[in-house]
Design a binder for this molecule. Structure first.
Ligand SMILES: [Zn+2]
Length: 497
């Protein structure tokens, strides 16, 4: 109990709660370098499971993995005007390549060797469009080389002033897809397809419902023609942009001279897309499902899906419950599940339960001498509820429980999101909402960047998306929620991470 109580309740301070959940689940820690995080094994396993599922989906849609350098010549960033504007204020730069001993003591013992200054400084990649399209220019000659469909898993660095574990860190892990196509229509279809992949991953794997749509011009990626995104609503009613997919048009192709010979013999610039999701998804997973006892991991991504906790008093009981526990573990692993058997001597069962709960393990099996006598184990769900399961059919019972938990988490998150979504919002309601409970506000938008900026300044809310048809209200709004001019599109506003 003591351990569970150390997690700050959500109602008291959501931000503290978030940090406590991460600490108790041993997902990540702050590093000696300000703004950077250390991803601990439990958190990294979660990332690996996410990576594997996403990577399979990328490959199933025809993409191949490659790897490009961490360093980008500074001049590359200047080639696409909007792009440099968007990233200039947050890049880390390598300017020297050597240190030298000074003969002084302590921290002063080494200094930058001024003779080692690079002729052209190198940017530590904030994203890799420029270096990748410089290579595409070399590899693409003919329409036969298209489409070129690549992805890379890597780290990127964006010098952030205010950081939060997983959500905003100076260095983070991600994947970035980069493709080149012969036509504008193919690039648009690709950008849309990958948005669909992200949505499927968020909903089917993370049990995190998302709204899909297009970003406004002021919120789009620097250098893109159009940015599509998936947006999720966290438990504090703030939005999280969980993944983006960009139709880059010919902006980078022109900047990097990526041309191909058409079947008819002409010369054309290619059409590019890029798309990415990052370790930010882990923050989204935490804030979508977890509770005041710690992490709740959706079964499909839980690093440990089942924790078996044998209960004993005597040595004889211990050997009995351990033997059965080992057998159950083997059977569950045989069925492809990720299982831990907790035989630690120094902890009482109750303390073990709290630990596995804080780690987000979806199902716990308790096996005591009385359970053995009855031929059963107690199956406890992380989301609540405990019932006996016959040992003879324990694999089936656990599998069913995991499937039910996965579905229930998605359903609960969807209900929560819809309850926090207001449609046909008026200006007065909107102001109240953004001062109070927050949530997704659907309303008319005039399309004016000035109006958008004023709303942001006065309420802290941004247009998360112009939602896709599926998410739009049955009655299209007639006027701008804020200024009353005619509406050009329905928009979803929220305060966001
Ligand atoms: Zn307006």
């Amino acid at each position: 109990m003591a351990q569970a109580q150390r997690i700050t309740p959500r109602a008291k301070d959501f931000s503290e709660w978030y940090g406590d959940v991460i600490a108790h689940a041993e997902l990540a820690d702050y590093s000696p370098v300000r703004g950077c995080m250390v991803i601990r094994p439990h958190g990294y396993r979660l990332w690996e499971l996410m990576q594997r599922a996403l990577d399979d989906m990328f490959k199933a849609t025809g993409h191949r993995n490659a790897y490009f350098p961490l360093f980008i010549p500074m001049s590359f960033l200047a080639k696409e005007a909007e792009h440099v504007e968007g990233f200039a204020k947050e890049v880390a730069l390598v300017t020297h390549t050597r240190l030298k001993a000074t003969g002084k003591a302590g921290a002063l013992a080494i200094a930058v060797d001024p003779t080692s200054a690079l002729e052209e400084p190198l940017v530590v990649r904030p994203t890799s469009e420029t270096i990748i399209y410089a290579m595409f220019a070399k590899w693409i000659q003919s329409y036969r080389d298209l489409p070129l469909l690549l992805n890379q898993w890597c780290n990127v660095v964006r010098w952030e002033m205010r950081t939060r574990l997983f959500l905003r860190t100076t260095e983070f892990l991600w994947q970035e897809g980069h493709t080149a196509h012969a036509t504008e229509a193919e690039a648009e279809a690709e950008a849309r397809q990958m948005l669909g992949v992200y949505r499927r991953f968020a909903e089917d794997w993370m049990a995190m419902p998302v709204v899909t749509g297009v970003k406004t011009q002021s919120e789009k990626f620097a250098g893109a023609v159009r940015t599509f995104a998936i947006e999720a609503l966290m438990q504090d009613n703030k939005a999280l942009q969980a993944g983006t997919s960009h139709n880059l048009g010919q902006n980078f192709a022109k900047a990097f001279n990526v041309q191909y010979q058409t079947a008819a013999g002409g010369l054309e610039h290619v059409w590019n897309t890029s798309w990415g999701v990052s370790t930010r998804l882990i923050g989204g997973l935490i804030m979508t499902h977890s509770d005041d006892n710690g992490l709740i991991a959706p079964p499909k991504l839980a690093p440990v899906q089942v924790a078996i906790v044998p209960i004993w008093k005597s040595d004889e009981e211990k050997s009995q419950v351990s033997r059965v526990g080992s057998q159950v573990k083997a059977d569950l692993e045989q069925a492809g599940l990720r299982v831990e058997l907790d035989l630690r001597e120094n902890l009482k069962p109750g303390a073990k339960y709290f630990e596995w709960e804080a780690l987000g393990v979806p199902v716990r099996l308790e096996i005591g001498p009385r359970d053995l006598a009855a031929g059963q184990a107690m199956l406890a769900r992380r989301t609540g509820g405990k019932a006996p399961a016959p040992l003879a059919g324990v694999v089936g019972a656990v599998t069913t429980a995991l499937e039910e938990i996965q579905r229930a988490l998605f359903a609960a998150a969807q209900v929560r999101r819809e309850q926090a979504s207001v449609r046909g919002v008026t200006k007065a309601q909107f102001v109240d909402l953004m001062k109070g409970a927050g949530g997704f506000a659907y309303g008319g938008f005039c399309g004016g960047a000035a109006c958008e900026a004023e709303i942001k300044e006065q309420t802290g809310a941004t247009i998360r998306l112009l939602p896709d048809a599926e998410f739009r209200s049955p009655e299209p709004p007639k006027t701008c929620m804020w200024c009353g001019r005619p509406s050009v599109a329905e928009a979803v506003w929220a305060q966001a991470y």
